[in-house]
Design a protein around this ligand. Structure first.
Ligand SMILES: [Zn+2]
Length: 383
């Protein structure tokens, strides 16, 4: 499911909002410190202010390099009319959030390859600066770091494990050959797990055999992050497969319990306990005025249940989110999760005049479909 954008918004470039995750500040401080210490060793005759200024400048330029890499992905995505929602810089680098999956393998290939190419281009620029300046100068040392950082950024991202760029390139190639997007995602996701375990293995080797704790732990943490991301992409694909072709009408319950808005919360609680139904539409006379459920009930302190009516605590009619029988289940699930709600009434008849409530869809009913699908799938494949 799509992650929500977090962090502070720091700029807008080419119309794309740029966010800075709080974790980035940590890395920024740490890099700046390491660099300043390094510059001090390399150029002991410079002042402390020189070392720190150069450290900050290098970190900022590195930050700009990561941003450049993400912008390269974004520009190609836009070329294919895929909207780019945001770019977030966080502890492991950058993340461009694009509006949808590319619709053809060649698009995915080009979007993915643009990032590493941009990094290699910057490595070339800083490499040239490094060659032009005498090696003793501090600016030469700065260019040297950024050459190395951009070259590593490009190379690391080419590792063939999803969700790294290399993994996306790999997926695009399999997708192009097999014409099967979900199979390609599963294969690239599995190779992502292999890359993740390899990184953790190398990290462990550095810690235990080379006594290099900081690099080893860093690799281990990146490995863990990638493992999690690869697993998530496999889960997402499984969900997508399970819900493909299904709509709200397939899982909705046709029975929609109603309740009178004037009863107290105490009485509502008793009704829930008696019937086991967790969600009701609230009526005032014949009129629909809102929706009430256990979640909303629990938000009111127990001691106030007897003094408050359902109508005072319910979700008012204009705040209710609706679905239609035709809404694809995958999109409906995303909406439920994004809004953090458990159920949505289903309304039929698009005309505003006579909308008719025909049922209700709950998160549980969608999860049941996914569970049944995975049980059947494992039986069919003989596992
Ligand atoms: Zn990238």
């Amino acid at each position: 499911m799509p992650m929500r954008t977090t962090g502070f918004r720091i700029a807008k470039i080419l119309g794309i909002p740029i966010y800075l995750d709080a974790s980035w500040l940590l890395v920024f401080g740490w890099f700046t410190y390491l660099l300043a210490m390094n510059y001090r060793q390399l150029h002991p005759r410079g002042t402390s202010a020189d070392h720190w200024t150069l450290g900050i400048l290098t970190s900022l330029l590195f930050f700009g390099s990561v941003l450049f890499h993400e912008l390269a992905h974004s520009v190609v995505a836009r070329y294919y009319k895929i909207p780019v929602h945001s770019i977030t810089l966080f502890i492991f680098g950058g993340l461009a959030r694009i509006g949808r999956e590319p619709s053809r393998p060649i698009q995915e290939f080009n979007i993915a390859v643009a990032g590493p190419l941009a990094s290699f281009f910057l490595a070339g620029v800083f490499g040239a600066v490094m060659e032009l300046l005498p090696s003793g100068q501090m600016v030469g040392a700065l260019a040297g770091y950024l050459f190395w950082a951009n070259a590593s950024l490009g190379a690391f991202n080419l590792a063939p494990g999803f969700p790294l760029d290399g993994g996306r390139i790999f997926r695009a190639i399999i997708w192009g050959i097999t014409k099967d997007f979900s199979r390609a995602t599963l294969i690239a996701g599995s190779s992502g797990k292999v890359v993740a375990y390899a990184l953790m293995g190398i990290g462990g080797y550095w810690v235990f055999y080379k006594n290099d704790w900081s690099s080893g732990l860093w690799l281990g943490v990146i490995g863990l992050y990638l493992l999690n991301a690869a697993q998530q992409s496999i889960v997402q694909m499984t969900i997508r497969d399970a819900l493909a072709g299904l709509h709200a009408s397939d899982v909705m319950s046709h029975e929609v319990p109603t309740i009178d808005g004037h009863i107290t919360l105490e009485e509502y609680g008793a009704e829930v306990l008696r019937t086991g139904r967790r969600c009701h539409l609230v009526l005032s006379g014949d009129r629909l005025v809102g929706m009430m459920n256990v979640h909303t009930l629990n938000a009111v302190p127990r001691s106030e249940w007897s003094n408050n009516s359902v109508q005072a605590a319910m979700i008012p009619r204009d705040k209710i989110q609706w679905t239609s029988p035709e809404e694809p289940l995958l999109r409906l699930l995303e909406r439920l999760l994004n809004a953090d709600i458990n159920q949505m009434p289903v309304v039929s008849g698009a005309t505003d005049e006579a909308p008719q409530i025909v049922g209700i869809v709950t998160r549980d009913s969608i999860l049941r479909v996914m569970q049944t699908h995975s049980e059947l799938a494992s039986q069919l494949s003989g596992k």
